[in-house]
Design a binder for this molecule. Structure first.
Ligand code: NAD
Ligand code: ISE
Length: 336
């Protein structure tokens, strides 16, 4: 069976995911597009899926008989309404992060899915599919003993002008928030934020870099540096310190060159290349499971937990140095 997919949001990642479905993955075909920027949707259709239909609204796309499953790749604030509509239509939906921009919104999605009685929502936390993180998780479970600390960094060379301080949490740290819950099989109980001196490449509405501390139920302390004007490249670092040893996330493979009395290897410059295989694997997983009418992988519950944690981290940004408690509700059986 070929899963007929409708894409809502035809910007950067909508285009990249369409390319993978059309040219890299198996079992899926993009048959519909929708975007508030209709010209952008048409351009993507012409480039990658000439037979696809353009819908005037995401809601109409979701309701169409032609569409079996939905990809939500529009701006974050619009995800919630489309995911809710897909659940109401009983269609599997892959939603890019964030699931919703508020914890309240994400909670509504969890409630709607629980009411539906079957998982339909996969959230685009692609790092869970990254080989390096999976190797780190295996090493942690088999070699390191109890984890004690995590040292991490999420560095982007630059960000658009409209990127402001809370986005370091909702847009950027949200990947670490989900990854470390999964990596450590743990949940968070508290957070605090420290701002070092702001770098000169930043602006008045962005305090960059920042260091976010997350403390887990089991007592692991995670320090993540977010530095989105680091200039030199896109760099994701993670080191887990356990009772029996220390393990590091592998660096992306690259050629090591000796030249002009220097030993050097290139560093990637954006997320697309850094996680290309993880994106392929997560979306193949979505297509395969959508063919059976359900989904696997990061769930609406994980999206909700990430939203609750993000809200606490933003509160910690606003109250620099204070420790903010994180309280999670009970997990519905659907997500056990
Ligand atoms: P983008 O601005 O390039 O594209 C977003 C598109 O959504 C635009 O074409 C815009 O016109 C469209 N849009 C806005 N409102 C809409 C609405 N109401 N209905 C339909 N379309 C609408 O942004 P992007 O970089 O492609 O990011 C899109 C989403 O993907 C964001 O939520 C972002 O956080 C997420 N993202 C995830 C990763 C990742 O690593 N997993 C990487 C980049 C982006
Ligand atoms: C972007 O939206 C992503 O999701 C990238 O993975 C992340 O590294 C970047 O900081 C975000 O802006």
């Amino acid at each position: 069976m070929t899963v007929k997919i409708g894409v809502i949001g035809t910007g950067m990642i909508g285009r990249d995911h369409t390319r993978r479905i059309q040219q890299v993955l198996t079992g899926g075909e993009v048959v519909a597009f929708s975007d508030v920027n209709l010209e952008g949707a048409k351009a993507l259709r012409d480039d990658l899926a000439p037979d696809a239909e353009i819908f005037e609204s995401g809601q109409a796309l979701i309701a169409s008989d032609k569409v079996d499953a939905v990809l939500v790749t529009s701006w974050g604030a619009t995800h919630e309404e489309y995911v809710l509509a897909a659940i109401a239509a009983g269609k599997p939906v892959f939603c890019e992060k964030p699931l919703a921009t508020t914890a309240e919104g994400a909670k509504g999605i969890v409630e709607a899915e629980v009411e539906h009685g079957k998982r339909l929502v996969q959230v685009g936390f692609m790092r869970r599919y990254d080989k390096g993180y999976n190797q780190l998780k295996d090493t942690l479970n088999s070699e390191l003993g109890a984890p004690l600390m995590v040292h991490a960094a999420h560095r982007n060379p630059t960000v658009p002008e409209q990127y402001v301080t809370p986005m370091a949490i909702h847009d950027t740290l949200i990947h670490e928030i989900d990854t470390f819950r999964w990596l450590l099989d743990d949940d968070y109980v508290a957070t605090r934020v420290t701002f070092p001196r702001t770098c000169s490449a930043s602006h008045a509405k962005l305090r960059d870099p920042q260091i976010v501390t997350l403390i887990t139920k089991k007592g692991v302390v995670i320090n993540t540096e977010i530095f989105v004007n680091c200039k030199y490249g896109y760099d994701i670092q993670c080191e887990v310190v356990g009772e029996e040893g220390v393990a590091r996330l592998p660096e992306p493979m690259s050629v090591v060159m000796r030249k002009n009395a220097k030993l050097q290897n290139p560093i990637l410059t954006d997320w697309k290349g850094r996680f290309v295989e993880a994106f392929d694997t997560e979306l193949q997983n979505f297509v395969d499971t959508a063919a059976t009418g359900t989904v696997e992988g990061p769930s609406a519950w994980d999206g909700y937990m990430a939203a609750v944690t993000s809200d606490a981290c933003v509160a910690a940004q606003e109250d620099e140095g204070a420790t903010i408690d994180i309280n999670y509700p009970d997990r519905p059986a659907l997500y056990n």
